[in-house]
Design a protein around this ligand. Sequence first.
Ligand code: NAP
Ligand code: MG
Length: 515
Amino acid sequence: MSVPTATPAARSESRSLVQDPGPREYLNLIGGSWTRSRSGKSFENRNPARPRDLLGTFPDSGPEDVDAAAQAAARAFAAWRLVPAPRRAEALYRAAELLRERKEDLARLMTREMGKVIAETRGDVQEAIDMAYYIAAEGRRLFGVTVPSELPNKIAMSMRQPLGVCGLITPWNFPMAIPSWKIFPALVSGNTVVIKPASDTPASAHHLVEILVEAGVPEGVVNIVHGGGSSVGIPLVVHPQVKMISFTGSSDVGKTIAERSAKTLKRVSLELGGKNAQIVMEDADLDLAVEGALWGAFGTTGQRCTATSRLIVMKSVHDDLVRRLVERASKLVLGDGLDPRIDVGPLVNRAQRDRVHSYVEIGKKEGAKLILGGSAAEEGALGEGSFYRPTIFDGVTPAMRIAVEEIFGPVLSVITVSSLDEAIEVLNGTPYGLSSSIYTRDVNRAMRAVRDIEAGISYVNGPTIGAEVQLPFGGVKETGNGHREGGPTVIDAFTEWKSVYVDYSGRLQKAQIDR
Ligand code: NAP
Ligand code: MG
């Protein structure tokens, strides 16, 4: 069976060049047709470094658009599930090639869309490329389990089956990587999808979908509906044709989604917030630990689910470490991330900037010592955007709100401890459990920390950020609900198991009874 190619209508909407400087009218993709929202409403996508820079307008969709997309995806599922997985994967290999060709244009667009610096947006596109190759290869695996039967002349095996229509809801901080983690494994497994990207970053997901169309994914297999969380997200979650929701975002919204989907016992895979910490032991390479903390805390302007927001430091090295850290952090250059000399871009929008600042005020009230930053950056051209200075609090105690709650901005809290046990206890003292790190040269202590830290990801002598696609990704406690997207485990999120018994004995055999 061959993989059908894109319809001419869909193809003509695809653009090979995305650096088009003029604003563009983007559309939803529903059942192979590019359409406006049924209401005719739209919303704008602007550059948080220079808000006068308008990337384009997007359909401000509602439940009726979601319904059309879910119905189209359900119709397409009938044929797509029967395309052999290695053939489904061929479209992903083609998508990988197109992403490689357009990497620079896509990265520049993403920096304009959400502000992170160009080196990091290149990394975001690279993650989608890595995921495309990694998951395309799953087309020739999708392993099941074959085991001996307890009865003679009988085969016992299992295979994976697709779920049907998957609803994908993604955040703005990895605008292409996170959609790719979800769309590619969903498709290779034989599902069809409706994606709702964050309305702060609709363009990157949109271009990924265009590339999939160009790569030959048939009509209705991938649908994109733009709009907000309540107008598009919730209708997708409660839609009866949608068999599974894969959501990455905040823990609060994740809980709402879990509640809303419980009525139909829909499968829900949740990748949620974090309050990640880096431990620095007294025997650590302090220069390395400073490099790691800078990258972990201020990379992506602190807006990573795995960002380092707490630095848990042994008392004996505290003064030395903090001095070096402040010296380095004070030299970070803020600005438009398209300029390769810039270290730190803006926050994604003004509301996020205000939220970060409100946490800084809370930290000061709680008695933490502000030793760097603590205000919006408004000088010159920075005043137009949503810039916030890299901020460090010292003297933070584990129960302070700035030490427990996710801030999602360039704010690092330093907590001093005097033993490894205390460090681990402090690290574990939040509702979250995503990423973690320990800097030490002592392998015994490193491995104890790896064993006892409550987190889905632990780094030894590396910062809390930097996951690779071929490992399970996700966290414990309020960071998720037990699924792991990324790595081979992502296939478990997007498939059902079927166990198959084939009896070739020619007689009735009774398990557990015939012995
Ligand atoms: P968010 O506010 O939870 O939004 C995530 C997505 O959900 C967006 O597409 C949003 O749409 C949509 N949404 C909002 N309310 C909804 C609702 N009631 N029902 C259904 N969908 C709804 O998160 P964010 O601010 O975009 O992203 C930051 C958060 O994501 C942080 O907590 C971060 O830790 C987490 N995150 C986690 C991971 C991980 O893998 N664990 C990775 C990245 C980010 P609109 O924004 O368009 O309204
Ligand atoms: Mg934007």
